[in-house]
Design a protein around this ligand. Structure first.
Ligand SMILES: Cc1cc2nc3c(=O)[nH]c(=O)nc-3n(C[C@H](O)[C@H](O)[C@H](O)COP(=O)(O)OP(=O)(O)OC[C@H]3O[C@@H](n4cnc5c(N)ncnc54)[C@H](O)[C@@H]3O)c2cc1C
Length: 442
């Protein structure tokens, strides 16, 4: 019998495994794919490094602490590229203002849009747990800010639709500024930040390097999909492709829909609820192009422009991902706004992306490219999301020794997943050492 079995070798599962190992336990990780990483998917081919999943991670405290502990040297893009971002508006790439002076001087926002933004500190706060991101932003910052900044950003982070996403759960840090300070602008000035902070970070060899280092010395079985979990006398049996494993403690570090399937024998109806969590599809294309790329990080595209592309990153501006003299662009397609595209064949997507890139950047052809389809890429923290959080808590309370980690509880970024995995490790350790269960927090 194993002390702990962790299902899923993405950042969530590997963080739990690494921390348990450090505490002297010997966890087993089972992963259905032939490689670790999950949505951290670095393709290394000759001298090319293509991130077909997670592109980069913000250098926040916990992540940087791991980086130090793992003896890894983080790399960051040059400042002039990292701080230059564009939005594609009315058929043109427009540089986003990055300082208050630029904001006032640039024509990115209309005069009315600027005035509307400056009114924000005087708008009274509202406590409405069912408010969408769209309604929240329109109420506080105006429609122009929603259309030009928030909608494309929400697409960049969630590949999601701000009409459907909950302000309380999907942009919790920004909503918390209103709750705490009565105003986003006042709160941001007090805290000296609006969103998550940290330098854009990767590693020599791509982001997977981090998880490879973290997974060293951990017992991982690859290509072993977990199919079923059953319980008898507080002992769980996991039926996996490579055989049956028994344990008193299981950590589910898979996407929500896999957890839902795996939990069906333990909590049938509750596990079905988890399957209702929506996921946005995303297609990622890393392409080598002859044309030089504009200075900067990349661009986002608002819904009004009617493209299948959500945006693109100028990858070769950011990190050394291809030989000197070549250019790499990473393109994101689909999302909630164009779910239908996930059913198109690859050739049709590539053809349409080339047409759109020609319009936007004058790029007509790819020297070469790699393509990855994520049919269920990003969990959507929709209005009423608290019901899923309650379900998670109930499942854990009913099944002593089951712990759920992942990107659908306390935020969907790499950092959020890592931080939540750290919290879950403390709960697992309490259970292993003292038999205490701590359900997922709501
Ligand atoms: C295309 C894309 C781009 C992104 N870009 C960024 C970015 O630039 N920056 C950022 O911060 N975040 C980004 N994210 C989001 C973020 O990184 C992820 O939310 C985070 O990595 C999730 O990690 P995880 O370990 O919880 O889940 P995952 O990475 O999904 O890992 C879950 C693992 O479980 C395995 N698994 C599932 N079912 C089973 C089973 N039955 N048996 C065994 N194994 C199973 C899967 O194969 C997978 O390896 C991106 C996500 C995607 C999809």
């Amino acid at each position: 019998m194993r002390d702990v079995v962790i299902i899923g070798a993405g950042v969530s599962g590997l963080t739990v495994a690494y921390l348990l190992k450090k505490q002297g336990f010997d966890p087993l990780v089972i992963e259905k794919e032939p490689q670790i990483g999950g949505s951290t998917y670095t393709l290394r081919k000759n001298s090319y490094i293509m991130e077909l999943g997670v592109q980069s991670v913000l250098g926040q405290e916990e992540f940087m602490n791991f980086t130090k502990e793992l003896n890894l040297k983080p790399i960051h893009p040059p400042k002039e590229h990292a701080n230059t971002r564009y939005v594609y508006i009315n058929g043109k790439l427009k540089k986003m203002p990055s300082t208050p002076i630029e904001f006032l001087a640039s024509d990115f926002f209309s005069l009315w849009g600027k005035f509307r933004l400056l009114r924000e500190p005087f708008i009274p706060p509202k406590d409405d747990a069912r408010e969408s991101i769209s309604d929240f932003v329109k109420r506080r910052l105006g429609k122009e800010f929603l259309d030009k900044i928030v909608e494309p950003f929400v697409c960049g982070i969630y590949a999601g639709d701000p009409d459907e996403l909950s302000a309380k759960y999907a942009i919790r840090r920004v909503k918390a500024l209103e709750d705490e300070y009565g105003s986003i602008i006042k709160g941001a000035m007090k805290k000296k930040s609006l969103g998550p902070q940290g330098e854009i970070t990767s590693f020599e060899g791509g982001l997977l390097t981090f998880l490879e280092k973290m997974s060293q010395g951990i017992d991982i079985t690859l290509e072993s999909v977990a199919l079923k979990i059953t319980k008898k006398d507080d002992v769980y049996t996991i039926d996996a492709k490579n055989g049956k494993i028994q344990t008193k403690c299981v950590v589910l570090a898979t996407p929500a829909y896999s957890a839902s399937y795996l939990l069906r024998n333990l909590s049938w109806s509750m596990s079905q609820d988890l399957d209702d969590i929506q996921h946005a599809p995303v297609m990622v294309i890393s392409a080598i192009v002859k044309e030089s790329l504009p200075k900067g990080f990349g661009f986002l595209i608002p819904k009004a422009e009617n493209t299948i592309m959500l945006g693109a990153l100028f990858s070769s501006n950011l990190f050394r991902v291809c030989p000197e003299g070549q250019n790499m662009i990473t393109i994101y397609v689909g999302g909630q706004r164009r779910k239908d595209v996930a059913d198109w064949p690859e050739e049709k997507i590539i053809q349409k992306v080339k047409e759109e890139l020609n319009e936007i950047l004058g790029i007509k052809a790819f020297v070469s490219y790699e393509f990855k389809k994520w049919k269920k890429a990003i969990p959507q923290y929709t209005i009423g999301y608290e019901k899923y959080l309650q379900t998670l808590k109930d499942i854990e309370n009913m099944n002593k020794g089951v712990f759920i980690a992942g990107n659908y509880v306390e935020g969907n970024s790499f950092n959020d997943s890592l931080r939540y995995a750290m919290k879950r490790t403390s709960d697992v350790l309490k259970f292993l050492k003292e038999g205490v269960i701590h359900g997922a927090q709501v």
